[in-house]
Design a binder for this molecule. Structure first.
Ligand code: F6R
Length: 362
């Protein structure tokens, strides 16, 4: 049942190119982006409130960048345990969007109940269509990841992102902030992602070597800018969940506002940075780390590796991808880093201590 892999997590990481291709084929038909009835009309929506927990929340946080950039739509993304008790106002013409692999997370379900009768539309992005969250929404959208058994979420995250990206494109088209040609270019990039993911997975042996050294660390920082910032938090979450190494994800620009005080030669800093418009700024953040003896593990593309050149401790080179979709591709090295670091430490990867796959009590 593990398909020849040592752990469910390894299997679930490895099958992402296939499940992603399935999800893309399901939603992207000849006529364009196809949603189940009753569909969605983003001309009726002025704002999206996204709510989730853990990894699913980081998917929302990435999607906030997409909806804002592609569809010029204001988005609030919040964790369910805060949202539900804050009693936030839900203005008219709001869409509430809940993301949950299991569809049974207690806080997310309670947040959904709070928006009933307040939001114009309640949409969910779920892996389990027979779940309470799916049944409680007026448009449940399956992510089609297949059963996810490993406690640490991997393929559900990249499939959630895929569905959210398609929604952002649909929103851009409906609202006229995106031309057909621009949308087609984004969708072509999305269709190419499974192939790029296969290439990214080939860095596993290199990641395994780096992970042996990361396993010695007590604290690890993850940095990213733009939509790579939530991915930095996801990378840190994955690592702490299964390797029990303390890790924090930060926006690169926040480094000098505090966390840089932690940096010395014992604290590796993982920088998730495709070569994009903000790459130079990230390079200067890296230099600040290196000037304090910090060991930088840079995850970038060939262009970024060339531009950053000297001083990094290790560099992992990913295939080139248009920056907007980099969070999906770079999720793979983040997952592999966590996985191989946990293996090097000998922890129970599929059943980490203190964690349950589905958190049905608050
Ligand atoms: C992290 C992880 C958790 C879940 C969170 C939400 O690897 O698995 O953070 O993402 O408990 O679960 P769902 O998506 O089922 O609502």
């Amino acid at each position: 049942e593990k398909g020849g892999h040592r752990h469910f997590m390894a299997k679930e990481i490895a099958e992402q190119p296939v499940v992603l291709a399935d999800a893309i084929a399901h939603y992207l038909q000849d006529s364009g982006i196809t949603l189940p009835e009753p569909g969605l009309d983003f001309t009726q929506i002025d704002r999206i409130t996204m709510v989730a927990c853990g990894t699913a929340f980081y998917a929302c946080h990435v999607a906030k960048y997409w909806f804002e950039q592609i569809a010029r739509l204001p988005v609030e993304a919040d964790i369910a345990s805060e949202f539900r008790y804050r009693e936030p106002p839900i203005p008219a013409r709001s869409m509430a969007l809940f993301v949950s692999q299991s569809g049974e997370t207690a806080d997310t379900l309670a947040a959904l109940r709070y928006t009933e009768g307040k939001a114009d539309r309640i949409v969910s992005v779920v892996n389990v269509l027979e779940s309470s969250i799916a049944r409680g929404s007026d448009l449940p959208l399956p992510i089609l990841a297949g059963a996810e058994i490993g406690v640490a979420s991997t393929k559900a995250f990249t499939c959630q992102l895929t569905v959210l990206f398609l929604l952002a494109i649909k929103a851009g088209l409906d609202r006229g902030t995106l031309t057909e040609a621009e949308a087609e270019a984004h969708l072509a990039t999305l269709r190419n992602l499974p192939g790029l993911m296969n290439h990214a997975l080939q860095t596993a042996p290199e990641i395994e070597r780096v992970a042996k050294e990361l396993a010695e660390a007590r604290d690890i920082l993850f940095l990213g800018r733009g939509a790579m910032y939530p991915l930095a938090m996801e990378g840190a979450l994955k690592l702490k969940e299964i390797s029990y190494i303390h890790a924090e994800g930060y926006a690169s620009g926040e480094l000098k506002h505090g966390p840089i005080a932690l940096v010395d030669k014992t604290v590796p800093v993982v920088v998730l940075a495709p070569s994009d418009a903000l790459f130079d700024k990230t390079v200067s953040n890296m230099q600040e780390v290196m000037a304090r003896g910090g060991k930088v593990l840079l995850v970038t593309d060939a262009e970024g590796a060339h531009a950053a050149r000297e001083g990094t401790w290790r560099t992992l080179v990913m295939p080139g991808v248009p920056p907007i979709l980099a969070p999906i591709l770079y999720a793979l090295p983040a997952q592999l880093l966590a996985y191989h670091t946990a293996i090097a430490k000998g922890t129970d990867v599929d059943q980490p201590r203190n964690l349950a796959k589905s958190v049905t009590v608050e």
